[in-house]
Design a protein around this ligand. Structure first.
Ligand SMILES: NC(=O)c1ccc[n+]([C@@H]2O[C@H](COP(=O)([O-])OP(=O)(O)OC[C@H]3O[C@@H](n4cnc5c(N)ncnc54)[C@H](O)[C@@H]3O)[C@@H](O)[C@H]2O)c1
Ligand SMILES: [Zn+2]
Ligand SMILES: [Zn+2]
Length: 379
């Protein structure tokens, strides 16, 4: 079958890769109908993670079940399903308490809990930017979707970024009526803003400098803050009578940069500590890594110097980590079906697998208009 393979910094290629097949009794094989490129793929694409060359990328997957192992009882060939990016066993301590993203069993990497498809440090699982995908523990992991093609571009956000945006808001300790600042107007930040507005935020600020992304934020009712036009904290304080926000969501990660493009991994954390009120909360879903091969000393990535003293003095709280997709995806599916959520508003491109290398290049450069790219490997 064909798959998109990581070949070193800024190199991906569509190649013949080993067929996805049933390897254990609890596996399923999915024929991909839609698989998205994610900002997390860009950290890998840019050579800023430990991902191995030859890995098939792709953790935002949905499709139709092709085949199941003999122990699978809840899904059958022909079922339309969303595949959470987390690979959970369903029975370990973390899975059983709803922390599907920190499964203690599915990731053999030393010191790492939580597994995912085609992802640095998250186990030996091939990704779904390919024609087919092997899904372990299929009964645990797969979410049923209504048959047909309806809501395809909304449902495709259920595998990762819609639950991740929702989780960022949840981690912040959000209550209806709260005012929220979201740093990062990429797909994840826009999903966090969409989530906060659905959940009854009084006001949501989205901070970025990419114009087309800021326009999308405006379309869903958020207030734009362009950090290339001046200090974002000052802009937010000015618009809130000096009060700042109740909650903040970090949706950028360790490659946060200033308006000139220089990276400062502490930048958005410092902004959030500054503009969130005392005893308010911060949800960090932007990714930070323990090691960054893009640095002269890769282990330096693990020591981000941020304003912990002010954070402590303000009595703020913070939640972090990969999102436990299964905690939210069923309810978010039903909000889509009910017409109350439309995460497809961020889709900018729908293309075949062969065009993916070019789309990686343009999405990576944040070329105007490249907000969310959906691949259709079997179209
Ligand atoms: N925790 C999870 O489960 C999870 C899941 C998916 C993605 N992620 C992570 O979330 C982050 C965002 O993902 P995405 O797909 O939206 O990526 P993206 O790269 O498309 O978007 C990031 C945005 O941040 C903006 N940005 C950069 N520096 C900034 C700054 N100083 N202030 C404000 N905005 C700034 C960029 O202009 C860009 O639009 C990534 O780190 C990704 O790895 C985490
Ligand atoms: Zn993703
Ligand atoms: Zn588990």
């Amino acid at each position: 079958m064909k798959g998109l393979v990581y070949r070193g910094a800024k190199k991906v290629a569509v190649e013949e890769v080993p067929d996805a097949k049933i390897e254990g009794p609890l596996d399923a094989v999915i024929r991909l109908t839609t698989t998205n490129i994610c900002g997390s793929d860009l950290h890998m694409y840019e050579g800023r993670t430990a991902v191995e060359q030859g890995t098939v990328l792709g953790h935002e997957n949905m499709g139709v079940v092709e085949e199941v192992g003999p122990g699978v009882t809840q899904v059958k060939p022909g079922d339309r399903v969303s595949v959470p990016f987390n690979i959970a066993c369903g029975t370990c301590r973390n899975c059983q308490s709803g922390w599907w993203s920190f499964c203690t069993r599915t990731n053999p990497t030393e010191g790492m809990d939580g597994a995912a498809y085609g992802y640095a440090n998250m186990g030996p699982y091939a990704g779904g930017q390919a024609e087919y995908l092997r899904v372990p523990f299929a009964d645990v992991n797969l979410l049923h979707l209504p048959a047909g093609r309806e809501f395809e571009n909304d449902f495709t956000m259920l595998s990762d970024i819609f639950p991740t945006g929702w989780h960022g808001v949840e981690l912040s300790g959000f209550q209806p009526g709260d005012r929220v600042a979201v740093f990062g107007g990429g797909p994840v930040g826009l999903m966090a803003a969409h989530s906060a507005l659905i959940r009854g935020a009084s006001e949501v600020f989205v901070v970025d400098q990419v114009t087309d992304r800021l326009k999308l934020a405006e379309k869903i009712g958020a207030t734009l803050i362009d950090f290339s036009a001046g200090d974002p904290d000052e802009q937010i304080f000015e618009r809130t009578g000096g009060k700042g926000c109740d909650r903040g969501v970090e949706a950028v990660g360790f490659q946060a940069h200033d308006a000139g493009g220089d990276e400062h991994p502490e930048l958005t954390l410092d902004h959030l500590v500054n503009i969130v009120r005392s005893t308010g909360g911060i949800g960090v879903v932007g990714v930070y890594v323990p090691e960054d091969p893009g640095l002269d000393r890769p282990e330096k990535a693990d020591r981000v110097g941020w304003q912990y003293g002010t954070f402590f003095s303000k009595g703020q709280s913070m939640g972090t980590g990969q999102a436990p997709v299964k905690r939210y995806n069923r309810q978010l599916r039903d909000l889509i079906i009910a017409g109350k959520a439309t995460p497809s508003f961020i889709v900018s491109h729908e293309i075949g697998l062969d065009e993916a290398p070019d789309a990686y290049d343009k999405f990576d450069k944040r070329v105007d208009g490249y907000t969310k790219v959906l691949l259709k490997p079997n179209a």
